[in-house]
Design a protein around this ligand. Structure first.
Ligand SMILES: Nc1ncnc2c1ncn2[C@@H]1O[C@H](COP(=O)(O)OP(=O)(O)OP(=O)(O)O)[C@@H](O)[C@H]1O
Ligand SMILES: [Mg+2]
Length: 344
């Protein structure tokens, strides 16, 4: 009875716990938090850790911290690399969402990377409960991505969604409210940043940081040749001389740098298509494939994939928000969802 009473005042929350970005949506209000999944912690002489900053503020510090301060991405590569810090981060974001408006113990739907272990699931749930949630539900990322991309997930029809995030690319075939098939590879935005760093180092002897590489990817990265190639100037440290220098890089360079990594995504996609049962494959040929996640924004990626796999490829509306939207929709349908795509 008391719980029911509290429920009347609570604004339920949907959380997209991404390896690169965490987003929080408040039911009836929309997305209220969209911040990098980064925490900076400080260590005292006893080695005890204390949170310095979370999200945007922590990303600002990344790569610029002294020895006793560490910028941590606790969910790197689609697994929870650091439970304690992940828990602190979840709590921080829930409390931040709370502060915008007084909530009485909301219900929380959290989207987690596909294939995380039972231990990791339990840790995620407990951190939300500790932060004051009344009930916690988990939904897997490909399912949330498909719902967010407005695919008809409940129908007995095959839908294929490719979510290219920071840490992982998840390729899921969905029918009748469930994942029929899913492949998750640890090749996504972060890996692309890494290969860009390696490329610049190998070809120009120039050392650049992760953030600079990401910036290059977003500003001039492309999967296909462009009519007018783009250029950008980067600053870095010359590996041999040790001096600070600047060079100009082009979108063609980016395309060569990114080629092998994009090919890995193509291979995974081909493998999933090969394993898809023929009945569902027919639907996918008809409907095409939908891309979500930040990686869907790589220039020309839809065209590039479509040329190779010979199927229509679409980019979801606002692909960076698709998973959050889907998690929010799943939360709204919590009471009505027949085929339960989440667990509690
Ligand atoms: N315009 C863009 N072009 C290319 N990549 C982009 C663009 N915008 C964002 N990204 C990349 O998208 C990635 C983040 O995407 P997203 O927020 O979907 O990941 P995530 O949900 O946190 O990660 P995951 O789903 O793996 O847990 C980052 O690697 C970022 O660099
Ligand atoms: Mg994601």
């Amino acid at each position: 009875m008391f719980k029911k009473f509290m429920g009347m005042f609570s604004n339920d929350l949907a959380i997209d716990l991404g390896t690169a970005n965490t987003l929080v949506l408040v039911k009836g209000e929309g997305i209220v938090i969209n911040e990098p999944s980064i925490v900076t912690v400080q260590y005292d002489h006893a080695g005890k850790e204390r949170i310095l900053a979370v999200g945007h503020a922590a990303k600002e510090m990344a790569g610029k911290t002294p020895a006793h301060i560490k910028a941590i991405r606790p969910m790197r590569d689609g697994v929870i690399a650091d439970f304690h810090v992940t828990e602190m981060m979840i709590r921080h974001f829930i409390e931040k969402a709370h502060k915008r408006k007084r909530f009485f113990s909301p219900r929380v739907m959290i989207c987690v990377p596909y294939g995380i272990t039972q231990v990791e699931r339990k840790a995620v749930k407990e951190s939300a409960l500790n932060a004051g949630a009344r009930a916690v539900y988990l939904i897997e990322e490909p399912m949330a991505a498909a719902i967010g991309a407005d695919l008809s997930v409940k129908e007995p029809r095959g839908n294929l969604v490719v979510d290219i995030g920071g840490g992982t690319t998840e390729i899921g075939v969905i029918s009748m409210g469930g994942l029929v098939l899913c492949k998750s590879i640890r090749v996504a935005g972060d890996k692309i940043d890494q290969v860009i760093m390696d490329y610049i180092k190998k070809n120009y002897n120039l050392l650049i940081g992760e953030r600079v590489a990401e910036d290059l990817k977003i500003r001039i990265g492309t999967a296909v040749p462009l009519e007018t190639e783009l250029t950008a100037v980067v600053y870095g440290r010359d590996q041999v001389e040790g001096t600070l220098v600047s060079i100009e890089v082009t979108s063609e360079h980016m395309r060569s740098a990114m080629a092998d990594t994009i090919a890995e995504i193509v291979d995974a996609l081909k493998a999933v298509l090969e394993e898809t049962p023929p009945e569902l494959a027919g639907d996918i040929v008809e409907n095409g494939i939908v891309l979500t996640g930040g990686g869907a924004l790589i220039r020309g990626l839809d065209k590039y994939l479509s040329d190779i796999i010979k199927l229509p490829v679409f980019v979801a509306e606002d692909p960076l928000f698709a998973v959050t939207r889907g998690t929010g929709k799943a939360l709204e349908q919590l009471d009505s969802l027949q085929h339960v795509a989440y667990e509690n």
